[in-house]
Design a binder for this molecule. Structure first.
Ligand code: ZN
Length: 175
């Protein structure tokens, strides 16, 4: 599921709204700043996010059938500010250079258009979650030697096979 492209949401019905509510709850319990539908076993193009910036402003929402435009990515090694993690590869973090700006266009749960110009972490969150909808994990984008280290961890944990899951608030994947 995590490596398959998701399909568009055709109709925002009760099922889609319930899924979005479940995703918001799961993201909060994890805790995480974003969650895409394929991460909870649903092959739909939808993600949620909730992130509090340094000024205490909460940025949150639901993106249905999102489109994302990104500014050119700088070509420099990942630094301390580029460290990223993923709830589908729990307990690990790796440096990854992302575009510093992105424009998200999507539909909200009422079917109304959403357009957000994001920078910094919010732009990173959008790129990470959008990737999930195309079957791409941030691990797939890591440069050597981070990629090698990630694959070693995956092998050690027996991850990367079908049917694995963990339940935020119940399981402790870092133990
Ligand atoms: Zn992720």
């Amino acid at each position: 599921m995590l490596h398959s492209p998701a399909r568009p949401v055709e109709e925002i019905d009760e099922g889609v709204r319930r899924l979005a509510a479940d995703m918001v709850e799961t993201m909060a319990a994890a805790p995480g700043v974003g969650l895409a539908a394929p991460q909870v076993g649903s092959p739909l193009r939808m993600f949620v996010w909730s992130w509090t910036d340094d000024d205490g402003v909460v940025h949150s929402g639901v993106a249905v059938n999102p489109r994302l435009w990104i500014a050119p990515t700088r070509v420099t090694p990942a630094g301390d500010d580029d460290v990223e993690g993923c709830l589908s590869f729990p307990g690990e973090r790796f440096g990854l250079v992302r575009s510093s700006a992105a424009i998200l266009e999507a539909s909200d749960l009422e079917g109304d258009p959403v357009r957000i110009e994001a920078e910094g972490w919010l732009a990173r969150i959008f790129q990470h979650e959008y990737d999930h909808l195309d079957g791409v994990l941030y691990l797939d984008r890591l440069a050597h030697p981070e990629h090698k280290a990630a694959m070693k961890i995956r092998k050690k944990n027996g991850w990367g096979v079908d049917g694995l899951s963990w339940l935020p608030g119940t399981d402790h994947p870092e133990d």
